[in-house]
Design a protein around this ligand. Sequence first.
Ligand code: PLP
Length: 399
Amino acid sequence: MKQNSKNNKLRGVYDNVMLPNYSPANFVPKKAEGSLVWDQDDKEYIDFGGGIAVNSLGHSHPSLIKALTGQSKKIWHLSNYLTNEPAIKLANKLTELTFAENIFFSNSGSEANEAAIKIARKYHSSRNENRNEIVSFQNSFHGRSLLNISLGSSEMHRNGFEPLMPGIKHGVFNDLSCLEDLITDQTAAVILEPVQGEAGVFKATNDFMAKLNEVTSEKGALLIIDEVQSGVGRMGSLYGYMNYDIQPDIVTSAKGLGGGIPIGATLTTKVIGESMQPGTHGSTFGGNPIACAVAHEVLNIVSDEKFLSDVSEKEKLFLNLLSDLESQGIFSDIRSAGLWIGCDLVGKSANEVLDQAYEQGLILVSAGSNCLRLAPALNISNSEIEKGVEILKQVLLGE
Ligand SMILES: Cc1ncc(COP(=O)(O)O)c(C=O)c1O
């Protein structure tokens, strides 16, 4: 990169004024459209990261711009003293498309999970049941708030932030044998991701989900599915739980729901939701009309059957193109769940590959220290997939 590049200048200011909890790429994007991003020096990148599974329809999708600008000329914010039309319509749409009957809006995945755990505890306490334990799983990721790092099990995420939230037990993901002992009459809820994304795209097996469904309902614990990353078409189904024969009690959604505009949603049934009477929980910005108008348009587009089957077709194209890299020993394993692909690197760190890919005009994200995670826009074109994988091959094979 040029010494006097605008990227360098802005990154210098970044290093000076921002909390050093991230280490972003050395370029600063200026503009983006679809699955293409341009930096301050007009260099073009193909975006395989999708803002970490957020830009479900790519950057600057015309229908989302229309929803956003249309709503921005009507009402921006009201507070929860007054409700608003986009929030009502979005909640209604979510109930039409999923198991849910009651919706709570917030602004992020962490907040959606926070609400889920509070709802689960309140549900039991309102029935005078003395249950407050939460069961979660090793290698899970539920967000970065104190509750959510307590639900997750990463030492790195927890280190220095203790004491964590008490009352949380961790089982082994996909281990059926641990469930009977783990879930007891003290368990308020079990929370899990249908696919552990941050861990490197590991799917829950059908048997594990079926057993979990059976044991939670047998013992009266609620089943919370964290669909913050897996939801809104990522897996080729509207929500990941729909791929399993299970009946969730609560589902959390965020990331792709807003297509790049912050929104979180906690979905549940009326029987469970009715314990959350006025004053029990809230959010200043949750249900923001602009965010809800955009999310409604995202759902309109993504819930279309053809759109979802195209996601699975694009997954196949990716896997086909990437299989070379596996057979040449560059990847030791490739796992996928729709347009969500984890590639385990052999002998290279993910960060090193990310930097090399930026140099060549490709944006990737990682999962752990040696896994490349691809989570592009769900409407990425076949030619962009082909071009991006070509760049990835150049980076990894030096071709
Ligand atoms: C499964 C899952 N849950 C929760 C979160 C937290 O979401 P947010 O960063 O919006 O708080 C994430 C974020 O990566 C996630 O992948």
